[in-house]
Design a protein around this ligand. Sequence first.
Ligand code: FAD
Length: 327
Amino acid sequence: MKIAVIGAGVMGLVTAHHCALRGGTVTVYERRAEAGRGCSWYAGGMLAAWCEMESAEPLIGELGFESLAYWKTHFSHVVEKGTLVIAPPRDLPDLKRFAARTTAHQWIKRDEIAALEPDLADRFETALFFDREAHLDPRETLAALKTKLIDEFGVSFVMDHAVTAEDCDADYVFDCRGFEARDALHDLRGVKGEMLILRTKEVSLSRPVRLLHPRIPVYIVPRADHHFMVGATMIESGDRTRFSARSMVELLNAAYAVHPAFGEAEIIEMGTDVRPAFADNLPRIRRDGKILRLNGLYRHGYLGAPALARRAAEIVFEQKSFPEVER
Ligand SMILES: Cc1cc2nc3c(=O)[nH]c(=O)nc-3n(C[C@H](O)[C@H](O)[C@H](O)COP(=O)(O)OP(=O)(O)OC[C@H]3O[C@@H](n4cnc5c(N)ncnc54)[C@H](O)[C@@H]3O)c2cc1C
């Protein structure tokens, strides 16, 4: 079966993979010169299926558990060290509320925090530890996925080439254009996210740390070579061009609250992009003849895309249906 995938973000690449696994002859079209440079570039890469249940619908948990297994099966560099959720002592009620809305965590005290993250030991008395969660480096992972698709499955990539579904010569077209697909998905909205990459040798973390914060849910994800991704704002806006001073202040304040040594860190990158989302923040597969539009990943791109892609591939290759996402 001849398959065209439009867009080489996380949604497009995992869709190409699921179609190739089922024997499809796949071509991926990407308007940029490199894969994964859209919204997927800016993600934290947290595979936080349990923490996200604090505010997300149960479907996100279901997709998230499946996607976590996908990443662990196909990529060796998934880091399985869990997530730590912290709050300053005055915000203990927020931590209790977070615990009440989630499962699969344990309360830990200062000495256990010290064993997990020695640099946080003197700063936080209580934390929640979600030991089944994991994280990955989105940029490294998408580059590895593209290489895998070419080397192991003979997938073709046409880069630097913006196409429409009608341009594609294929039995089925998977439209994975993210926020650019508004021309076909009129109820898609943008939720802007700003993030920073900091570098410091003064702090060591082994796992994502979430700081409960009155205005924005802030997290710090460790990356290689003393880099840390600090994210992320959540602003109802389709404008991906502007990083505001207020956002910078809030993200840096939060990083400083986690560890004052972040105050001396070097700012390596300021990034901003727009998460594609529907009104209920749940992803969808919309079918229009031979075109399937996979979109609305919101803040659950890495957490949701593999499970959504598997369903989309089975709709085409096995004539299955999935009412929970075909809406
Ligand atoms: C700051 C921030 C932090 C985040 N953190 C996390 C996280 O920790 N965990 C998580 O799971 N999710 C996270 N997300 C969400 C995640 O990044 C998104 O849900 C996901 O990237 C959306 O992927 P996508 O493939 O649909 O879109 P995109 O990554 O935008 O990909 C769409 C691709 O289509 C291409 N394209 C568009 N039009 C055309 C065309 N006509 N022809 C060819 N190509 C085209 C674009 O160039 C782009 O490469 C975060 C998002 C942000 C902004």
